[in-house]
Design a protein around this ligand. Structure first.
Ligand SMILES: [Zn+2]
Length: 224
């Protein structure tokens, strides 16, 4: 009888090709359980943004990475294939950005941008919640999934203009059952990627109904 070796077992769980560059992964990469190859992992390091809070639609936003190659391939694949470990790696970068920006002591409560329940069921993976719980665990700050509710399911809007996105997303969120925990607290609102800022703006608008002391948006990545 042939004894299965580690690589065989890993093949069952991990793809043999790097999702970012589509080259075959080396055995060493597979052994470490890395989702992407070492080359792409080192390119990822080159995408780190300076730890500065920028204004997006007048919201304060801190992001860890530039949403460029290979990250713009890795994030969609990790979401589609439900690969949570990559999101832990991204969360580590978000914590570093918070620390380097001098904001590590800012948050008292972490709120992920929620998916609509129908999207959540369909996808089975909630990337913003995954990032939020990972960041919360690393810095010892509570996370609530009930800070916000997504009350309207919005279609994918990549092709829409910023104005149209703002219009579509207006009233997409409402305060959740944990709204009372938000009152008077400094909140970090977490999402995976910020593009136009329309989603974050709609989520912050709903959070404001609960009168937080302040809201900082923290995302893994930001488009240039
Ligand atoms: Zn690669």
């Amino acid at each position: 009888m042939r004894v299965p070796i580690l690589t065989d077992l890993l093949d069952l769980f991990f793809p043999r090709e790097c999702p970012a560059c589509e080259e075959f992964m080396r055995d060493e990469d597979l052994m470490t359980g890395s989702l992407v190859c070492q080359i792409c992992l080192s390119r990822l390091a080159g995408l780190r943004l300076p730890p500065e809070v920028v204004r997006v639609l007048d919201l304060p936003v801190l992001s860890a990475w530039d949403y460029a190659n290979p990250l713009d391939r890795i994030i969609p694949v990790a979401k589609a294939k439900n690969q949570p470990r990559l999101f832990d790696h991204l969360a580590g970068g978000m914590v570093t950005a918070l620390r380097e920006a001098g904001l590590i002591d800012y948050p008292r409560l972490i709120v992920p941008v929620p998916l609509h329940p129908s999207r959540r069921r369909e996808r089975g993976f909630d990337q913003a919640f995954r990032l939020a719980s990972s960041v919360g665990g690393m810095i010892g700050v509570p996370v609530t999934r009930r800070g916000l509710r997504r009350i309207r399911s919005t279609p994918p809007q990549k092709m829409e203009s910023r104005e149209r996105r703002l219009e579509i997303l207006h009233d997409a969120f409402s305060p959740g059952h944990d709204a009372a925990r938000i009152t008077g607290q400094r909140i970090i609102l977490i999402d995976d990627v910020v593009t136009t800022g329309a989603t974050l703006a709609a989520a912050v608008r709903a959070l404001q109904h609960a009168s937080p002391a302040g809201v900082l948006c923290l995302t893994a990545a930001r488009t240039g």
